[in-house]
Design a binder for this molecule. Structure first.
Ligand code: NDP
Length: 262
């Protein structure tokens, strides 16, 4: 039996990109708990369907298989999402990848891929969403950037450039839509316990010969709390930005990093 959703986002249609695992999956669980109806987007159908099956029936989660770097695929996914669940009222641009290389070994392919998935993907998904929000006079866009959008890190210049771009896009669009009932903000996690972090740790181990424990401790030292952030902590910040209570928060980049950036 489908119960009527309750909570601060009751009945709102939220689309989350990169929802199948990691931070995206934590955001999906959290927005579902707050009453939202979900569209879960990513490239791997199995992961998305497994998550949809676990969510409460009232979340009516639908799965959209789509690569956010492909404009036609994004347009098709949006028409499917809107046909099934109405205009997207909350967009969480979470899909991302973080490849590392010293600047001198940053290939054209790596550079283009980091910009495509982290920055162009955010642009394409936002462009597909905005007209519906403007027509409704209400919307929430939350871009999962990174502390890498707020400061530099060695050996990830393409990723850092893309995430700085996401914050620039966030600020500019926030101004354009400020008087239209729409807010646009960025959430900037520090090192967070997901596959992306585990892959980065494996790279450090392979390239430096340090142990996994030493490498993890090195990552945790970036955070003044001396720990790795949990995906649920990022999801909590996203959920708050989506509530009516956060209507005055616009164009911000909120660091969820134990004070790494202040
Ligand atoms: P994961 O690697 O665990 O998950 C990444 C998600 O993005 C997956 O669901 C993946 O799904 C999806 N994805 C990747 N490429 C594409 C694509 N081209 N099209 C559609 N979906 C795609 O990483 P996290 O959960 O850690 O990362 C989520 C976001 O948080 C990213 O934007 C990342 O940059 C950011 N972040 C992460 C930090 C961390 O330490 N973990 C720190 C700061 C920011 P699929 O493979 O099915 O497509």
């Amino acid at each position: 039996m489908t119960t009527t959703p309750t909570g601060p986002l009751a009945g709102r249609h939220a689309l989350i990109t990169g929802a199948g695992r990691g931070i995206g999956a934590a955001i999906a669980r959290r927005l579902a708990a707050d009453g939202a109806r979900l569209s879960l987007l990513g490239r791997q159908r199995d992961a998305l369907e497994a998550l949809a099956a676990e969510l409460p029936a009232a979340a009516c989660a639908q799965v959209l298989v789509c690569d956010v770097t492909e404009a036609d695929a994004v347009a098709n996914a949006w028409s499917q999402a809107v046909d099934a669940a109405g205009p997207v009222e909350i967009l969480v641009n979470n899909a991302g990848q973080a490849a590392s290389a010293p600047f001198g070994r940053t290939t054209d392919e790596l550079w283009q891929r980091m910009l495509a998935v982290n920055l162009t993907g955010t642009f394409l998904c936002t462009r597909a969403t905005l007209p519906g929000m403007q027509a409704a006079g209400w919307g929430r866009i939350v871009n999962i950037a990174s502390t890498a959008g707020q400061r530099g890190y060695a050996y990830v210049s393409a990723y850092v450039a893309a995430k700085h771009g996401v914050i620039g896009l966030t600020r500019s669009l926030a101004l354009e839509v400020a008087a239209k009932g729409i807010t646009v903000n960025a959430v900037c996690p520090g090192y967070t316990e997901t596959d992306l972090l585990r892959e980065s740790l494996s790279n450090v181990v392979a390239k430096t010969g340090r142990s996994a424990d030493e490498s993890r401790a090195e990552f945790a030292r970036h955070n003044p709390q001396g720990r790795i952030v949990q995906p649920e902590e990022v999801a909590d910040a996203v959920a708050w930005l989506c509530t009516p209570a956060a209507a005055a928060i616009n164009g911000q980049s909120i660091s969820v990093s134990g004070g790494e950036v202040m």
